[in-house]
Ligand binder design. Structure first.
Ligand code: FES
Ligand SMILES: [Fe+2]
Length: 433
């Protein structure tokens, strides 16, 4: 594909600028229609995009719809149990053939003129065919277009529009152990994504949610009211009994522990350790069986590590945090849908899964103390960037204390903008070829 500078007059090197202690991103990256259009091609046309989880479509005929950038996609399980991902676009005149989020069908009929497709995308029938389209119309050539690459990792379905893309695990690179931690918290190693989704839309660029999901710098300001409540009433649905009442200052002090990590290809992690007494609190509570299982399986040290609060962003549009998948769907340069799905740890007790869910509902749900504040910020962020005379956003925090290991993983303190820089390095790389 053309280099951006040739295609549009924009040069990625002039939009993301990095020197030793200075990392800045042009506001146009969030506001320019042409850059948005190119993102749909260079980022969402090249990267591995999360479409859903196998547990959402367990039976033959089950389907869910999703998006790869702007492209509508349908994910099905056919009569033989095989998972397919296809573009949700009728081969006649382009209507989506399936409008529901999820369901079960034997076949799909386009609502415009009635063409019928099988669960594997084959074109099965053309309405009122006789004398219309020629009798020898080659139906075999007009099935739904398959997404060129589909891979299932531990039940998670990822797809890629680029037939020549590197394999998913190579793309994930050194971030893989962090994805595994989220899944290994399950006693069976499996998760269930069976609660459906809640969806929220904001008037801002899709990258705000991607950056924010590993941002350790904003919590004490944006979510100050939440931490005041925790200080007053304790935290019974969050981090396993940590923050059991006390002072906001103590909570903020603890929140300075932890780290942010930045990976190749744009992935990032934010990790906040448990408080010192959290595991003991949990052992003394109703979920002791879960801690016992984890300690017997992984040992005490690793148990602490696995129960840390840890948010992972898989570039460009999937965040995994606190037992939820959060998918960013770009709709326009200034409009984004976030789809959030809580998942259960298969094999853990209902009581423990409900406890996890109450923590999710309290901070991340539609009427919670966390997520609504974040999406409000994304909208005012977009408004601020309309002052285009000011060119740069600054993402330099912690550059001077960042370390890089032999896997090219960068690490710095928890309030540092390490993962956001990794995101934009990934962005620049994919936008540059
Ligand atoms: S657009 Fe689908 S049948 Fe015409
Ligand atoms: Fe937040």
């Amino acid at each position: 594909m053309d280099r951006l500078s040739l295609a549009s007059g924009f040069d990625p090197d002039s939009l993301i600028v990095e020197t030793l202690n200075d990392f800045r991103v042009s506001g146009r990256v969030y506001t320019d229609q042409e850059i948005f259009r190119l993102e749909m091609k260079h980022i969402f046309g090249r990267c591995w995009i999360y479409l859903g989880h196998e547990s959402e479509i367990p039976n033959p005929g089950d389907y869910k719809t999703a998006y790869i950038g702007l492209r509508p996609v349908i994910v099905t399980r056919d009569e033989n149990g095989v998972v397919h991902a296809m573009l949700n676009r009728c081969r006649h005149r382009g209507s989506v053939i399936c409008r529901a989020h999820t369901g079960n069908e034997k076949r799909f009929q386009c609502q415009y003129h009635g063409w019928v497709y099988g669960l594997n995308g084959d074109l099965l029938g053309i309405a009122k065919h006789k004398g219309g389209y020629p009798d020898d119309f080659d139906k075999a050539s007009y099935g739904l277009m398959a997404v060129p690459r589909v891979t299932v990792y531990r039940g998670m379905v990822f797809a890629n529009m680029d037939p020549d893309a590197i394999d998913f695990l190579e793309y994930l690179g050194a971030a893989k152990p962090f994805l595994d931690i989220h899944l290994d918290r399950s006693p069976s190693g499996e998760i269930d994504v069976t609660f459906g989704a809640h969806r929220t839309e904001y008037r801002g660029n899709w990258k705000f949610q991607a950056e924010n999901s590993t941002d350790g710098y904003h919590g004490d300001t944006v979510h100050e009211s939440f931490f005041k409540l925790v200080a007053e009433f304790g935290n019974k649905g969050g981090q396993h009994g940590s923050y059991t009442q006390g002072s906001v200052d103590d909570i903020f002090k603890h929140r300075l522990n932890g780290r942010t990590l930045g990976f190749e290809n744009g992935h990032g992690v934010w990790e906040s350790p448990l408080t010192a007494d959290a595991l003991d609190n949990m052992r003394a509570g109703p979920y002791r069986d879960y801690v016992d299982w984890m300690e017997a399986t992984y040992g005490t040290f690793r148990t602490h590590e696995m129960l840390n609060a840890m948010n992972l962003v898989i570039f460009p549009s999937l965040a995994i945090l606190h037992g939820q998948f959060r998918v960013m769907r770009p709709i326009a340069v200034d409009r984004t849908e976030v789809s959030i799905q809580f998942f259960k740890l298969k094999g853990a007790s209902d009581a423990y899964n409900n406890f996890r869910m109450s923590g999710y509902q309290r901070f991340f749900g539609p009427a919670s103390f966390g997520s609504p504040d974040d999406v409000e910020i994304f909208a005012v962020n977009q408004t601020g960037l309309q002052a285009e005379e000011v060119e740069w956003l600054l993402l330099s925090r912690g550059m001077g204390r960042e370390t890089t290991d032999n896997m090219k993983v960068r690490t710095a303190e928890i309030t540092d903008e390490t993962s956001q820089r990794a995101f934009h390095r990934g962005w620049k790389r994919f936008m540059s070829f």
